[in-house]
Design a protein around this ligand. Structure first.
Ligand code: HAM
Length: 424
């Protein structure tokens, strides 16, 4: 027997039983983004590796361990995008979209990270991301948080998630702080687990932003907030005040650093509330005011976030896949010879009454079986094409829920169906 080809570890198929729910989630999010005048940008999945190295930072897990990088046929070093921000910034610089202009953009698509797969963590996963350019006022942070809160409410998951915020200041603040933290962790390294010990010399800031409990057990760990510049402190305080004014619940997480290097000042994550399982981040973002310059553009304030669709799916078990699955008209051909006229009329209906949902069944199975399939699909009307009727230019119209049937002239079908299914 021929060996079946397996799918790649961590890369899922989404079968029709799931796609309806994903589509509902996407559309819910996109509708809210459109209401706030965010515009879609479509970006390539493959970019030059140097883009991600420069944007995300060399000493990050993504760059060091997780990228799908390869040489293309011309020997160019390219990478499947691990996230959307870098590509978006590259694009807005290239096309002059941020030249004296503000932008509010969103994108949707697959991202790739070579991580160890587990529930909610895959090697191909989907993000809906938002990036804004040209907004430096803290009201944009507030807007993004309110948008996300609206999305959670609409998806009825607001009670399962918490907003965590922090300020990570400027890169100068972080390098001063990093020295202090490095000395402190060296002195206390015996408290750290094996994995974290290895990270001290690489990038000690990333030790804080870690799910490992060992760091949380060490007392008196120096915190970044003491090393923040006045401007960053003020901005963070103002955001906290605004969140309170708008009655938005939040938690300051002084350990929140983010795993990508391009951020400054305010960063945030929406995490699932701890049940018996570990908490999971469903959405993350923050300000990255220096990235446009780093990637060759002019200095432009920027802030954004990305929602992990798979993690959202895990939280939205209450949304059913089977909702509203109705068919308006189910067309059936009785014999082989009736198939052409059945197909012809189904196309005519599709063209002239595009708002109704129709299924055409040209199978060779028995009429009884085809009718029971029509009922299973919750069809309202079955149109049955048999030789006897079509010879007289007629068709049987059967109301499946009323058990009524009548003969209708084929040239009157469209008029009749239009009357039954008036446009919503
Ligand atoms: P991130 O924290 O790397 O940030 O990813 C954002 C979200 O994508 C995560 O919170 C999570 O929900 C989801 N995610 C990440 N990795 C995986 C995975 N392996 N499997 C499933 N879901 C995953 C970014 O990507 C930034 N670009 C966000 C951003 C946009 N910041 C500013 N603008």
């Amino acid at each position: 027997m021929i060996k079946k080809i397996k799918s790649i570890r961590g890369m899922k198929d989404y079968l029709p039983s799931k796609t309806k729910k994903i589509c509902f989630i996407e559309q819910t999010i996109i509708k809210i983004l459109k209401e706030y005048s965010y515009k879609e940008i479509k970006l390539p999945i493959v970019e030059h590796t140097s883009l991600f190295k420069r944007a995300i930072g060399n000493v990050t897990d993504i760059i060091q361990k997780e990228m799908y990088t390869f040489l293309d046929k011309h020997g160019n070093n390219v990478t499947l995008r691990p996230e959307g921000t870098a590509g978006c910034v590259r694009s807005v610089i290239k096309h002059g979209l941020i030249h004296n202009k503000k932008q509010k953009l969103w994108y949707y698509g697959p991202m790739f990270r070579y991580e160890r797969p587990q529930k909610g963590r895959y090697r191909q996963f989907y993000q809906i991301g938002v990036e804004t350019f040209g907004y430096d006022d803290v009201f944009i942070e507030l807007e993004l948080i309110i948008i996300l809160l609206k999305i959670w409410k609409k998806l009825k998951i607001n009670k399962y998630v918490t907003l965590e915020i922090n300020s990570i200041g400027s890169s100068q603040d972080r390098s001063k702080y990093s020295e202090k933290l490095f000395d402190f962790l060296k002195k206390n390294k015996n408290f750290l687990d094996k994995k974290l010990k290895k990270k001290i010399n690489k990038n000690c800031l990333k030790i804080l932003d870690n799910n490992s409990k060992s760091i949380k057990k060490i007392k008196n760990v120096p915190l970044l907030k003491k090393y923040l510049n006045v401007f960053s402190k003020k901005k963070f305080k103002y955001l906290c005040e605004l969140l309170e004014k708008f009655s938005i619940k939040y938690k300051i997480n002084p350990y929140l650093m983010r795993g990508l290097d391009y951020y400054n000042d305010i960063v945030f994550e929406w995490v699932t509330k701890k049940t018996n399982k570990n908490k999971q981040t469903i959405c993350a973002g923050g300000r990255y005011d220096t990235l446009t310059k780093i990637l060759g553009g002019s200095n432009t304030p920027a802030i954004g976030f990305a929602i992990g669709i798979e993690r959202l799916m895990l939280l939205t078990k209450h949304i059913s896949n089977k909702k509203k699955c109705f068919t308006d008209v189910y067309l059936i051909s009785i014999k082989k010879n009736d198939r052409t006229i059945t197909f012809k009329i189904s196309e005519k209906i599709r063209n002239e009454i595009p708002w109704i949902k129709i299924i055409t069944n040209l199978n060779s199975s028995k009429l009884k079986k085809k009718l029971s399939l029509a009922i299973k699909k919750k069809s309202y009307i079955a149109l049955i094409f048999g030789e006897k009727e079509t010879k007289k230019n007629q068709v049987i119209m059967k109301y499946l829920n009323k058990r009524i049937q009548k003969k209708v002239f084929i040239n009157k079908i469209i008029k009749k169906l239009k009357k039954i299914f008036k446009q919503k």
